[in-house]
Design a protein around this ligand. Structure first.
Ligand SMILES: [Zn+2]
Length: 256
């Protein structure tokens, strides 16, 4: 047996590639006889496949990172499946609110730069949190940018607990929320609002404003009550960068 026949080469002949010029084509018998094509073309095809695989790996890594960011965002488990798309809007004002939040999502890359957010204001059970979670999902999973969710009461109680903790401090808790590229601060205005709670809220919102990081503020209070709770001056200033989206219809959950 000759060396070539061992390797499955039965014959050779001169061949020509329009792109790469002359080459030697081999007649192989590997599961059927077949003449080999231009080796440079095959190399180019291999390189292309390689590049595509690397590109896919980048996309995979990005989507894994986005998924992890979503998992770590702190959204309520009951709203894990909430998206901007699967928000059911019936009625004009509900459709308007839905559209406003989707419009914000469409421009999120710019908002992550200029720090402008939204105030989702209105009745309980109208899906404000659903839409905010949809924004977080879009931010993390589609844009691979980190986002955090917390309710104000949960934040206050975490801070209170930190006074007896060796590992957590108020500064550390706030720093984490200030650093988040996108923050959803839900349930502002629940409870009386002690001086300390108001100071924490001012500090968080003020520092995020200074750092130009957008905050989605959610409240069940209407405008006047919200001003009474947070302070008129603070609310007026906030509204310059965070337009109000009004959820002023009745609750689906039968609570108001
Ligand atoms: Zn070729």
């Amino acid at each position: 047996m000759t060396e070539t026949s061992i390797m499955g080469v039965l014959e050779t002949r001169a061949a020509h590639c329009d792109q790469h010029g002359d080459y030697e084509s081999l007649l192989l018998n590997v599961g059927g006889k077949r003449w080999t094509g231009c080796p440079q073309c095959s190399q180019a095809a291999i390189d292309r496949a390689e590049a595509e695989r690397e590109q896919n790996q980048v996309v995979d890594l990005r989507s894994q990172r986005g998924q992890a960011m979503f998992e770590q965002s702190g959204i309520p488990a009951r709203l894990r499946e909430a998206t901007l798309k699967n928000y059911v809007s019936a009625g004009d004002s509900q459709q308007r609110a839905h559209k406003q939040v989707c419009e914000y999502a469409r421009h999120l890359p710019e908002r992550l730069g200029d720090g402008n957010g939204l105030i989702l204001m209105g009745n309980m059970g109208t899906g404000k949190t659903h839409l905010a979670v949809g924004l977080i999902r879009h931010c993390t999973r589609n844009l691979a940018v980190a986002a955090k969710y917390t309710t104000a009461p949960a934040l206050f109680s975490r801070i209170r607990a930190s006074y007896n903790s060796h590992t957590e401090t108020e500064a550390k808790i706030l720093a984490e929320l200030i650093a988040a590229p996108l923050l959803v601060l839900d349930e502002i205005g629940v409870g009386k609002g002690s001086d300390n709670e108001l100071n924490v809220t001012y500090s968080l919102l003020g520092q995020r404003y200074d750092e130009r990081r957008p905050t989605i503020v959610i409240t069940n209070l209407m405008s006047e009550e919200f001003k009474a709770w947070l302070g008129e001056r603070v609310v007026d200033r906030m509204r310059e960068t965070n337009p109000v989206v009004l959820f002023d219809w009745e609750s689906h959950r039968g609570r108001s």
